[in-house]
Design a protein around this ligand. Structure first.
Ligand code: DHB
Ligand code: MG
Length: 246
């Protein structure tokens, strides 16, 4: 599927992180060195993925290793067989999810053709091309088509969705994803706290408004139940929304 010809992606890294504490990164490094040592089968592949993404000058906004592994473990617990991701970037999170879950197929959507090329190479290098499908399209176009397929019964419902793309559309993605999920599926939306700016009513940055919209709309949505978890770590201070589909 290629629906992204001529599309200008929403700019990333427009606001950065202001709140920093070197200890958060030290602790992430310490804890990951023990919870995911180099002896784990996917450890070197994951490092290679980050290195290749850096060499290709992709924005350095991949999910943190700890958050990626946490999500992967949740999928193992839920025995998820089909996951959807919006915002592939270099494929780092998709590779985490698939490499920790042999039962899992990942469908991941990325509008930037250059990112797609890097991601497909990383996925190939990880030996996961059979289980990770990268769709080069805008999130709105891809999810509209996927939703048609799911509702027609031509594609299985998703047991997990990770929304980590252009922040102003987070609610639109969530809204479409909820209709494609099976009962007890989880939906995770990244970057909804952003240095705590989410709670500053005067802050009208489009990324912040996007986070607020998904928190407020999902919170009153009868299809789901939600919690927002604040995080600190190697990426600074942020947080994710976690939803469970009824
Ligand atoms: C940005 C996007 C992300 O998904 C993230 O985790 C961190 C930062 C950004 O666009 O700045
Ligand atoms: Mg993110």
């Amino acid at each position: 599927m290629n629906l992204a010809n001529g599309f200008t992606p929403y700019p990333v890294s427009t606001i950065g992180y202001d709140t920093k504490n070197p200890r958060w990164e030290v602790v992430d490094n310490y804890t990951m060195s023990h919870s995911h040592p180099a002896s784990r089968p996917n450890a070197s592949t994951l490092q290679d993925t980050l290195a290749a993404s850096e060499t290709a000058k992709l924005p350095e906004i991949s999910v943190s290793p700890a958050q990626a592994k946490f999500m992967a473990l949740m999928l193992r617990m839920l025995n998820v067989t089909h996951a959807l991701e919006v915002g592939t970037l270099g494929g780092y999170s998709a590779i985490w999810l698939a490499s920790e879950n042999p039962q899992l197929h990942v469908t991941t959507v990325e509008c930037d053709a250059r990112f797609v090329e890097v991601a497909r190479k990383n996925i190939e290098h990880a030996g996961l091309s059979e289980r990770i499908e990268v769709i080069n399209a805008t999130g709105l176009d891809a999810l509209a088509l996927l939703k048609e397929e799911v509702l027609r019964g031509d594609r299985p419902r998703f047991g997990f969705v990770f929304i980590d793309a252009d922040k102003p559309n987070s609610w639109n993605y969530f809204n479409m994803a909820a209709d494609m999920c099976q009962s007890k599926a989880a939906i995770c939306v990244d970057n909804v706290v952003r240095d705590g700016r989410v709670a500053d009513a005067d802050d009208q940055h489009p990324h912040i408004l996007g986070g607020r919209l998904v928190i407020e709309n999902a919170g009153k949505d009868p299809r789901v139940d939600t919690a927002v978890v604040q995080t600190v770590g190697c990426k600074g201070y942020d947080g994710f929304l976690w939803a469970v589909v009824n």
